[in-house]
Design a protein around this ligand. Structure first.
Ligand code: ZN
Length: 464
């Protein structure tokens, strides 16, 4: 694989002009080469399933067996598995219920005691949990899991007409232009037009609308909060938006008022799924329904009573989502508490997939935004930094009193120093530049809000 990695890195380093030539040529290469082996093998399994030729239960059992083997190699899991009577194996998803729930705090404290030592560090990737409502948690996921995850995502998108390499405009927390001031960047390899979500003031939105007109994407992919800003700008300007097949929403749950707005402005299908940085579960909408179909090949999903930990199987009863990942094994997550809430949907879905469906997921709302000096709103999902600079920080909260500046309050963990303050400020400055300057201040504690949630941003600027 190293030749492929080298080729990919070489492509990434190419100047834009060369990419435009190399990208279309590279698109002729097999999927396995361009997206990696894990993507290709997962995609093949999902295609088999779609064709009705897959023994799904057998694959789930095999993955549970591999997960069990990995867990038994870690320092922490053998004792827990033994106490639950699972030292010889996990015969079926339901058998997991004998295990106690695994909290984020336990994951944090256990650290490497949760890691399978036979997996080399090069095969793992450090990620931090997203979300706007809690302290960040860092953990390891298998390097392959991202590619497999992408196969599940694109498979789900195919339910609303997406095919691999179809023109897609991407609105996520990716810094675009740097010093050039450009607000969009085209990636010919995957036919993606990256659009800045950091410059959505009036002038920025007008420039992005121009780029979209030229590019004429079939799909927009990004945060609902950003699409809301974009949709409003189309409505105000009176310009016609691109003719879309679907709006592919990620990272934030969609508010009902956003669905209405998108239907009015874009007039296309709005599609979303539930996933997470920890790669614990995947559940997506289908052709017929906005309920989230839990994919059993990705992970085992349970709902439990957050107080008692009792399993909830009946529809309509709210509970916490608990996941056991079947696609990342280097740091086995068995019965991991996500902190998100949902309920099981009633009855069967018209699509006939027979998957259990989640309805009414709560948590991870993304309405919060920082306000730049020019009045643009930057969604917190984009500000969220997935890196190790927050590792020595407990709770944190942004407080903004005036446009263009915000303070980041952090509760230090052991070993936190002035070096961490500078690292955090540098990381945020690289993302936000002069648009919103962030000052970091250590505080002894951060209070919860009235609802008991940890809000990431306390926005004191009114009417934003
Ligand atoms: Zn369905």
């Amino acid at each position: 694989m190293s030749a492929i990695h080298a080729a990919r890195s070489a492509y990434e380093a190419m100047p834009q002009g060369l990419k435009r030539v190399a990208g279309p040529l590279a698109r002729a290469l097999p999927v396995r080469v361009r997206y990696g082996r894990a993507f290709a093998s997962t995609r093949a399994i999902l295609a088999e399933r779609a064709a009705g030729r897959l023994d799904e239960d057998a694959i789930v059992r095999r993955r549970l067996a591999q997960l069990h083997e990995a867990a038994m190699r870690t320092p922490l899991w053998p004792e827990r598995l033994r106490s639950a009577g699972l030292e010889t194996g996990i015969p079926a998803p339901e058998a997991l219920r004998a295990l106690p729930l695994l909290t984020k705090e336990e994951v944090r404290e256990a650290g490497d005691a949760l890691v399978d030592p036979s997996v080399p560090e090069s095969a793992r990737k450090w990620v931090t949990t997203g979300g706007t409502t809690a302290a960040q948690l860092g953990l390891w996921v298998d390097r392959d899991a991202s590619a497999a995850d992408w196969a599940f995502v694109t498979d789900a998108w195919s339910r609303v007409g997406f095919r691999l390499d179809e023109k897609r405009a991407v609105f996520r927390g990716v810094a675009i232009g740097g010093a050039t001031g450009r607000l969009t960047r085209y990636e010919p390899l995957r036919r993606e037009l990256y659009c800045s979500v950091f410059d959505m003031d009036e002038a920025g939105l007008a420039a992005i609308r121009r780029s979209l007109r030229r590019f004429s994407p079939r799909f927009l992919h990004g945060y609902p909060s950003v699409f809301e800003t974009l949709a409003r700008s189309y409505r105000l300007s009176g310009e016609r938006p691109p003719r879309l097949e679907a709006l592919l929403c990620v990272s934030e749950m969609i508010y009902p008022h956003q669905r209405e707005l998108f239907a009015e402005v874009f007039g296309c299908r709005v599609f979303t799924f539930y996933g997470m940085a920890e790669k614990g579960a995947f559940a997506a909408e289908c052709e017929h329904s906005a309920e989230l179909h839990v994919d059993p090949l990705f992970g085992v999903v349970e709902l439990v009573d957050p107080g008692t930990g009792e399993s909830i199987d009946e529809p309509g009863v709210p509970g916490e989502i608990v996941v056991t990942s079947l696609i990342t094994k280097g740091m086995p997550l068995l019965r991991y508490r996500t902190g998100d809430r949902a309920q099981w949907a009633e009855g069967a879905c018209a699509c006939g997939r027979g998957m259990r469906r989640l309805a009414a997921i709560e948590g991870r709302w993304g309405r919060e935004a920082l306000v730049t000096s020019s009045g643009a709103r930057i969604p917190m999902s984009a500000v969220n930094v997935h890196s190790a600079v927050f590792d020595r920080v407990g709770m944190m909260r942004y407080v903004q009193e005036r446009p263009g500046f915000a303070e980041l309050l952090v509760v230090p963990r052991e070993g936190f120093s002035e070096t961490d303050v500078r690292a955090i400020e540098a990381e945020l400055a690289a993302k936000l530049g002069e648009k919103v300057r962030i000052g970091v201040r250590a505080v002894p504690a951060i209070e919860r809000t009235v609802s008991g949630k940890h809000v990431l941003l306390e926005q004191r600027i009114r009417e934003v």
